[in-house]
Design a protein around this ligand. Structure first.
Ligand SMILES: [Zn+2]
Length: 286
């Protein structure tokens, strides 16, 4: 079984065949089981049981999220701006039920995109939501714009049974995690992994393998988890990007994942794909 990160599971039936039929979507607004997502400070509202909060339809919410069973689910565009970093949502993510996380990610990512794309990138004119909120249309020049997900590679580099992990300056004290970086235009996943490890840690790698991926709605990324074999363990750390990077033994990783007080580092939170990659690596060595 491939590992399944937080946010990555089965969400709603998106019923994308309905997006070209605005009359059908409008008709679903008066469905007796139709509901719309509640927002809280620009993020999907979560109750004390970790479930998303839904409300009766009010007005004409512009985002059609799909069907939960037979129940059509919508969201209005939230007012105001949501904090773009996961750290701002720490409490919420700690509470969120994993089964609700895929819908949380889809709604927040989509809303984040709408918030930042009110104007056409071709003509600069105002755009309007279209296709149940899965695109925006510019009546000025006829351009249609679709929501984007920005690919990010995040990888475990391994050498002689040890893993390379690093710290970014904004991490909490003691936290180490997998190195990561945006995939650039014209670049494959494999070369992005090799380039980021060369730039940030000064190592060369081979045998880059894809492991699993995760939607990351802060604001709208697709995290691509990978593993690579390092040719040697001499590091040249880019101090502009990282506070530190080190090699960790299997025992150190096991102690950190178990939350042992004597552990040499703090692992990433459970909703980060880096945590999934570490769990998977340790399991694979059993
Ligand atoms: Zn335009």
């Amino acid at each position: 079984m491939p590992p399944e990160p937080f946010f990555a599971g089965q969400g709603f039936d998106r019923a994308d065949y309905l997006r070209a039929d605005p009359a059908a979507i409008a008709g679903l607004l008066s469905h007796d089981q139709a509901l719309q997502l509640a927002w809280d400070n620009g993020a999907p509202a979560v109750d004390q049981q970790g479930r998303l909060r839904w409300e009766a339809i009010a007005g004409a919410p512009q985002l059609f999220l799909g069907f939960d069973g037979g129940s059509p689910r919508f969201a209005a565009l939230p007012s105001g701006d949501a904090p773009a970093t996961a750290y701002a949502h720490f409490q919420l993510l700690g509470l969120l039920d994993p089964g609700e996380a895929p819908t949380f990610a889809a709604a927040l990512s989509l809303a984040n995109w709408h918030r930042r794309h009110g104007h056409c990138s071709v003509s600069g004119r105002s755009t309007e939501p279209n296709r149940g909120g899965w695109s925006r249309f510019c009546a000025g020049c006829g351009a249609e714009h679709y929501p984007r997900a920005d690919p990010v590679v995040i990888m475990l580099a391994e050498h002689d049974g040890r893993l390379l992990l690093g710290r970014q300056p904004q991490y909490p004290a003691g936290r180490y995690s997998a190195l990561a970086g945006f995939v650039e235009p014209g670049e494959s996943i494999e070369f992005a992994v090799a380039r980021e490890l060369r730039e940030e840690a000064g190592i060369e790698v081979r045998d880059v393998r894809y492991l699993c991926s995760q939607p990351w709605p802060f604001p709208s990324s697709l995290m691509i988890g990978a593993h690579a074999e390092a040719l040697d363990d001499r590091l040249t750390i880019d101090r502009n990007e990282l506070d530190d990077a080190r090699w960790f033994s299997r025992d150190e990783v096991v102690a950190a994942l178990a939350g042992e007080p004597s552990a040499s580092f703090q692992p990433p939170m459970k909703w980060a794909i880096a945590r999934t990659l570490l769990d998977h690596w340790v399991d694979g060595l059993k």
